[in-house]
Ligand binder design. Structure first.
Ligand code: ZN
Length: 249
């Protein structure tokens, strides 16, 4: 094979590899983002439960104060019992105390049920906080792993670029310029093999005479249609032809 052609084929291999490394590096933030999602979700549910818990605690405090007030009223009324003269006044007095006591029992019930709710929420928050910690740990672990991967990819990239420089040094300027123009114009693929009179870059037929010339691999030809550089690659026998058993009827 002609030396320039050989170098261009190898350069294409390196450039394709560099491109794949680039794509991997670009995908890293997206991959990390996936681990942010469960962390965000579980953190939000904790926040909601904590807010609800705050509301319940506030309610309980209010009820406690109301209870103190009503107890105070009862105590004061009871203290006045000795001042009462008539039976009628006494009856009314007892009724008043009973009324306050009734609302006191209702308040005590409310407070008990609030305390139960508060306890449930605090258990729920505790449980969720363990999940937040787990999600945080997972995220940090992934962040670290992806950071390592990024470093590895960058050093791989550096190696490829220096190897690339060695190849470029051996390629004629005119060939290199043509290659680079095609590389940027044709989606990162500038030189392609041909097979069965077809350009594998654009799948267009190659005239038989041209295909015969390409087969010699002693000059650089270009595809009429996509303008990519062409070379001939011996077709690899496919598995289907060699391995598959004939269909039984
Ligand atoms: Zn083509």
């Amino acid at each position: 094979m002609e030396e320039q052609l050989k170098l261009l084929i190898e350069l294409q291999e390196i450039d394709s590899f560099i491109r794949s490394i680039d794509e991997k590096i670009e995908s890293l933030p997206r991959r990390l983002e996936q681990f942010k999602h469960p962390l965000k979700e579980v953190s939000e549910s904790v926040q909601k439960a904590e807010a609800k818990s705050d509301v319940l605690n506030k309610k309980k405090k209010e009820k406690d104060m109301e209870l103190d007030e009503v107890q105070d009223k009862i105590n004061k009324l009871k203290a006045r019992s000795s001042e009462i003269k008539t039976n009628k006044e006494y009856e009314a007095h007892i009724k008043e105390i009973e009324g306050f006591e009734k609302s006191k029992y209702k308040m005590e019930d409310d407070i008990l049920s609030l305390m139960e709710d508060i306890e449930n929420y605090s258990g729920y928050v505790k449980e969720k906080k363990i999940k937040v910690k787990k999600a945080e740990d997972d995220f940090k672990l992934q962040e670290k792993a992806l950071e390592e991967e990024k470093k590895k990819l960058h050093s791989e990239m550096e190696m490829c670029k220096s190897k690339r420089g060695d190849f470029v040094a051996g390629i004629d300027e005119e060939n290199y310029d043509q290659y680079m123009k095609l590389l940027s114009r044709m989606g990162g693929v500038a030189i392609v093999p041909t097979e069965n009179e077809i350009c594998l870059g654009c799948n267009t037929n190659i005239p038989p005479q041209l295909f015969n010339d390409i087969k010699k691999n002693d000059r650089i030809f270009t595809c009429y249609y996509c303008k990519r550089l062409l070379y001939f690659k011996e077709p690899v026998p496919s598995d289907k032809e060699s391995g598959e058993a004939p269909p039984s009827s």
